[in-house]
Design a protein around this ligand. Structure first.
Ligand SMILES: [Fe+2]
Length: 341
């Protein structure tokens, strides 16, 4: 992508995120990764009159192969974290999610925007105010619900007891102090009570395994009791999931993490075939997907901070909040949340 196009995109992004004259915005990168994004954000922020600078950490040492969430190069740099806490906004080009450092930066009042996906995907799923409104309608419904039930024609029937953890929304930009978001994104989620998830989830062919960035080929059946997975059964995909989870040597990886649904009608289920090399935000966002996750819940304030985390967007599910239909057979059932074109 040509740099001037990237600058225009970043200008749109920072405008949506409320960046204005005199604000202090820090762009955080690591090694050689996304230096073109860093330059584009710096140029865009300058045009909005913000005070900009670029904080660049060294590339991680080789050898850490697994996608371990919550570990960042900032941990060894308390002075750098202090500097980021002083910012109005941090543009995270590394992916700090779930780290103690990000939580400290947000707690100090800095808003954080993550941008790590391929530039053509950032362009395709440029956030909009309309999408934000739809996501916020969803967040409101989710926040007042006390149970969530998910069913599917393949045999999924699982119930989450809600009300313990907050509801989170992601719509791809952030203009409120201390709030984090991820460009691109359009979904809502919360977590079940630590011992409050029970039932069965059956993955169907075409459901998505992140971070494998692959599509399920044959059914996988999860049995869940009191918030923990007690059994994973199926063929090759089940074996891959169990083998991957086993490498973390952490039984807390069997905990149930966040759960919710996607709202972006521009995001394609087949997106992994178009934009390889990303981390799957298009799949988390596609309209009417129901996504459940396994592993940590510390992002929501829980005590499970395992590094073993899978996000699994599913097609053709139905999702009910206190028995009211929210998603029906993979389609959004609430008028105020539906696509308008
Ligand atoms: Fe996740």
């Amino acid at each position: 992508m040509e740099q001037h196009v990237l600058i225009e995109m970043c200008l749109q992004q920072l405008t949506l995120s409320g960046v204005h004259e005199g604000e202090k915005v820090v762009v955080l990168s690591q090694g050689q990764a996304r230096l073109d994004y860093a330059d584009a954000f710096l140029a865009a922020g300058q045009r909005l009159g913000a005070r900009m600078y670029h904080m660049r950490l060294p590339a991680p040492m080789p050898g850490n192969g697994a996608w371990a969430v919550g570990e960042t190069g900032l941990a060894a740099n308390p002075e750098a974290v202090e500097a980021l806490k002083q910012a109005d906004m941090v543009v995270d080009l590394i992916f700090l999610l779930f780290s103690d450092e990000q939580m400290a930066i947000q707690a100090a009042g800095a808003r954080v925007l993550t941008a790590v996906e391929p530039a053509p995907l950032l362009a395709k799923l440029m956030p909009t105010q309309e999408l934000r409104e739809r996501v916020e309608v969803g967040a409101e419904l989710l926040a007042k619900a006390s149970t969530m039930r998910i069913t599917s024609p393949h045999g999924t029937d699982v119930t989450y007891r809600l009300g313990v953890y907050p509801t989170m929304s992601e719509y791809g930009f952030t203009d409120e102090p201390g709030r984090w978001d991820h460009w691109p994104a359009a979904f809502v989620f919360t977590g079940g009570a630590d011992d409050g998830v029970d039932g069965q989830i059956v993955l169907a062919p075409g459901d998505v395994l992140l971070p494998f960035n692959t599509y399920v080929r044959e059914p996988v059946t999860y049995t869940i009791e009191k918030g923990f997975i007690t059994d994973i059964r199926g063929g090759l995909d089940a074996d891959l999931i169990k083998s991957y989870m086993g490498t973390f040597k952490d039984p807390r990886g069997l905990g149930m993490s966040h759960v919710g649904w996607g709202l972006d009608h521009r995001a394609d289920w087949h997106g992994l075939t178009q934009f390889p090399g990303g981390m799957g935000m298009e799949l988390r966002s596609f309209y009417g997907n129901v996504m459940f996750s396994t592993g940590p819940n510390n992002e929501l304030g829980g005590s499970n901070d395992t590094a073993c985390h899978l996000d699994i967007p599913m097609r053709n599910c139905s999702l009910f909040l206190d028995d009211e239909p929210i998603v029906l057979d993979g389609d959004i059932a609430v008028k105020e949340m539906q696509r308008r074109d």
